[in-house]
Design a protein around this ligand. Structure first.
Ligand code: GRF
Length: 228
């Protein structure tokens, strides 16, 4: 091979990704950082926020990624709002939608349109703790392992085939905030890793599960036992 010649993998066309946000955008940042590597199999081609004051929009601007606000309050209802987002995503040829702290419930129509092509990061080990306040609920339930999940988006809130999960130990003195900070750091590692698998076509949906081509899983137990 001639030096500098692209390898087959890096020459493959990168999947076009649209990211939907509502706020801070730290997961968006993790995806932008990963996609800054030209060998990453996905590129972020559009960021949509439903709020014009979302801090994540500045992150998109900083990365030179096209971004726009589609304000849900400008539409009659969910279906019209979602149709406007689909139109914007389709206009730039988006192939994968990544939800990153997008705080609107999606219509059946939107979920159907992007079925198998829309992923989400959620701050719990699903199917435990779907919905909001996951860290406080994990502490209240006394779980010793908490974490985050990346999954394809199904019709129910925080449902759909799980692609990957990362676990975080819960300490006796954790508060929802201290636990959230460690889970968020795990999200920033997990989300780009899962997007990479999806964009490279290695994830197959089998009913409510996924199968990952070539996956080698660790065989050892992961303990959460405090050591003195
Ligand atoms: C994250 O905890 C994510 O799991 C949840 O919303 C939060 C978004 O944070 N869906 P950020 O906007 O990515 O910083």
């Amino acid at each position: 091979m001639v030096a500098g010649e692209p390898t087959i993998a890096s020459a493959a066309r990168r999947k076009r990704v649209g990211v939907l946000i509502s706020g801070r955008g730290s997961n968006l940042q993790a995806l932008l950082d990963a996609a800054a590597d030209p060998t990453f199999p996905a590129e972020i081609v559009l960021v949509i926020s439903n709020r014009s004051d979302a801090a994540g929009l500045a992150r998109a601007a900083e990365a030179g990624v096209p971004h726009l606000t589609v304000d849900h309050r400008d539409f009659q209802g969910r279906v019209d709002f979602d149709a406007a987002m689909t139109a914007a995503l389709e206009e730039v040829g988006v192939e994968i939608v990544a939800l990153a702290g997008f705080m609107r419930i999606l219509s059946t129509e939107f979920v159907d349109r992007w079925q198998g092509a829309m992923i989400n990061v959620h701050p719990s080990l699903l199917p435990l703790f779907p919905g909001l306040d996951t860290h406080a609920r994990a502490i209240a339930e006394g779980v010793r392992l908490h974490g985050c999940s990346v999954h394809f988006v199904g019709h129910d809130v925080d449902s759909g085939p799980i692609i990957g999960q990362a676990a975080v130990a819960v300490a006796d003195n954790d508060t929802p905030d201290s636990l959230a900070a460690r889970v968020l750091a795990a999200e920033h590692g997990l989300y780009p890793a899962c997007l990479k698998l999806v964009a490279s076509g290695k994830v197959r949906i089998q009913g409510n599960r996924t199968e990952i081509e070539g996956a080698v899983v660790p065989r050892e137990c992961l303990f959460s036992l405090p050591t003195a």
